[in-house]
Design a protein around this ligand. Structure first.
Ligand SMILES: [Zn+2]
Length: 617
């Protein structure tokens, strides 16, 4: 089937909202696609009289938390009335145009858009395709956010099709080729659109359509295999939450661009996701693409409908900070990986340990994760998530990604619930879904949650409010360490230091010298000895560090705990200090059977209940 059947409910929504207000109309064309330009026209009718219409480009975009200032790629701006008569424009700030409307109440606002980044946040336009994140593409008018939106994708090359969660209908609820509807601005902004020769794979789940609209350079067989793996992931995700969300128009779309010019990314939306990568579907890294698909599909529950209350509604005029990204992103990250194992995409427990558990467990070893809690990490997102400024930061010592901190806490909580409370994280996620996620209204979350809601529901599911209080106090508000070796032991999984007997120093060889390229890490031998970023190591143990082999060769002659002299240059000064050598702190996580141990039947049963398929029992 080429497009979703338009259900009665969807038709009613389209016609009802369309008649209440003059809709905002957009058109976009690509006459200069090879040079990454689009021509955009936004038409606002029946605008309020007596004051300027405040037209804005978004400064931010849901799910990518830094400021992006999309106005930087907008130029040739013009405004006219309905008859083409120019209207005065005033620039109040770098992202805005205040247009004084004429007597006919129509403002026709046009501009050229430049975009050459194919990912979930920006616009990527070329001769082959256009991948549009809506906040990066279309200007909006303040005060008209509740009006319905129609957009025309015009004069597209003959083989280009439209992949989007927007509904292909006109004002009368009739399907009209190239004309798309959103019930309001928030939904429109949430609807990334890929224009190109996408290939479709679609299937039905309980009366709803799941579809993959894939623009890629590989074979149909690659895509078929990928769609089969995705089907299994979708099934396992549904089993976690007990049901699929009710998608607004009966359809969920993976808007996928696997092209050489794409940047690796996944961005969640209500009824779709934008997944982009330069990794082909037929290549050895296909599983990384599937990991993004898995993560993003979990978001259709967790973040799109189970919604942090500090992100709802999203404010496009500023950076949006959330206390809850450790849950919204971190728990999603945990499930993204777990679903790959349950669906069989990771074929062995050892592969799951290597690809997923290693990362979560090691992420908590860094100073940032040991100093500050999950909420603090979430609040840093506007500074770390695609944020660009040029002064150095101390992230190596005061930060760890909320994806990992959250994922590592999800892992610990799942294991605690299984060991101590005869329940599991799936049950918890279902409870959060039923209470905070399932209620939706006007294509938006009706009951966005606070951190306190998550704690309350944990108390209900564990039937132990003291435990829930302690877990949140220790691990979410603060940064008390988990004992992963003890937590994973009942699953017959071993956590141990990867290289306990090999001394290491955090320096890199480049341009003929050994230098420290990042901030030294609190507690490390170089930090303790007073060295820092950009310092150059000259001699260790009296021997010159003249080539790439010299440092490893000297370290090999020493044991962990040895004290050796180190000569180095720091900001023009040469000094010698004593360094106490330490082992590489990294841990490895492996199934017991790979660590020379024999797991017990109880351990294997525990592991199967956790990592085994929930759809083939
Ligand atoms: Zn995510």
């Amino acid at each position: 089937m080429l497009s979703a059947p338009l259900t009665g409910a969807a038709q009613n929504t389209a016609t009802r909202t369309a008649t209440t207000d003059a809709p905002v109309q957009y058109s976009i064309q690509f006459p200069n696609a090879v040079h990454h330009e689009a021509q955009v026209v936004a038409t606002f009718q029946k605008v309020p009289a007596g004051r300027p219409l405040q037209v804005r480009m978004a400064r931010s975009s849901p799910g990518r938390y830094a400021l992006h200032e999309f106005a930087k790629n907008v130029y040739n701006v013009r405004a006219t009335d309905g008859q083409g008569k120019p209207l005065p424009i005033h620039r109040p700030d770098p992202y805005g145009w205040d247009v004084t409307p004429g007597p006919d109440g129509t403002v026709r606002f046009s501009y050229t858009l430049y975009g050459d980044r194919t990912d979930g946040t920006y616009a990527g336009i070329d001769a082959q395709h256009a991948h549009l994140n809506i906040p990066a593409t279309f200007a909006y008018a303040r005060g008209l956010e509740q009006r319905p939106v129609y957009v025309n994708f015009e004069q597209l090359p003959a083989d280009w099709k439209v992949a989007t969660q927007l509904l292909e209908v006109n004002e009368n609820g009739q399907k009209v080729s190239g004309r798309y509807f959103a019930p309001h601005l928030q939904y429109f902004m949430d609807s990334p659109t890929s224009l190109g020769a996408q290939k479709l794979r679609a299937w039905q789940v309980n009366g709803q359509q799941i579809e993959m609209q894939v623009l890629h350079a590989g074979s149909d067989a690659d895509l078929d295999r990928y769609a089969d793996l995705t089907k299994n992931v979708v099934r396992e995700a549904q089993a976690v939450f007990g049901e699929l969300p009710t998608f607004d128009f009966g359809r969920y779309t993976f808007v996928a661009n696997y092209l050489p010019q794409a940047s690796g990314d996944g961005m969640e939306h209500r009824n779709s996701t934008s997944v982009t990568s330069s990794r082909p579907l037929g290549g050895p890294n296909m599983l990384d693409n599937l990991g993004t698909v898995s993560h993003e599909f979990v978001h259709s529950w967790n973040v799109e409908r189970i919604r942090p209350n500090d992100l709802e509604p999203f404010d496009f005029d500023r950076a949006n900070m959330s206390d809850m990204l450790w849950f919204a992103e971190g728990f999603t990250q945990y499930y993204g990986e777990l679903l790959l194992r349950r669906s069989g995409a990771y074929t062995t427990d050892a592969q799951y340990c290597q690809e997923a558990l290693n990362g979560f467990v090691n992420s908590m070893q860094v100073p940032g994760a040991q100093r500050y809690g999950a909420i603090y990490m979430s609040q840093q997102a506007p500074f770390v998530d695609a944020a660009k400024s040029i002064d150095p930061t101390n992230r190596g010592n005061n930060f760890q990604s909320y994806y990992y901190v959250g994922g590592a806490n999800a892992l610990a909580l799942d294991l605690m619930l299984r060991q101590r409370f005869r329940t599991d994280l799936d049950t918890y996620m279902r409870a959060v879904w039923q209470q905070q996620g399932k209620p939706q209204k006007n294509h938006a979350p009706e009951r966005p949650y606070a951190v306190a809601d998550l704690q309350r529901i944990l108390g209900e599911v564990s039937k132990d409010t003291a435990f829930a209080g302690q877990f949140f106090r220790q691990h979410i508000y603060n940064a008390t360490a988990h004992d992963y070796a003890a937590l994973l032991a009942p699953a017959g999984i071993v956590v141990r230091q990867a290289k306990p007997n090999e001394p290491t120093l955090d320096a890199a060889f480049a341009n003929g010298r050994w230098a420290i390229t990042t901030n030294t890490v609190i507690g490390s031998p170089l930090y303790q000895a007073g060295l820092d970023r950009d310092d150059e190591l000259l001699k260790l143990d009296g021997k010159a560090l003249k080539d790439e082999k010299s440092l490893p060769a000297i370290l090999k002659k020493h044991k962990v705990g040895d004290t050796v002299p180190l000569e180095y240059r720091s900001r023009g000064q040469v000094r010698t200090v004593q360094v106490v050598l330490a082992a590489d702190p990294r841990l490895e996580v492996t199934p017991a059977e790979q660590a020379g141990q024999q797991p017990t039947p109880e351990q294997l049963a525990f592991r199967k209940a956790w990592l085994g398929s929930k759809t083939q029992q």
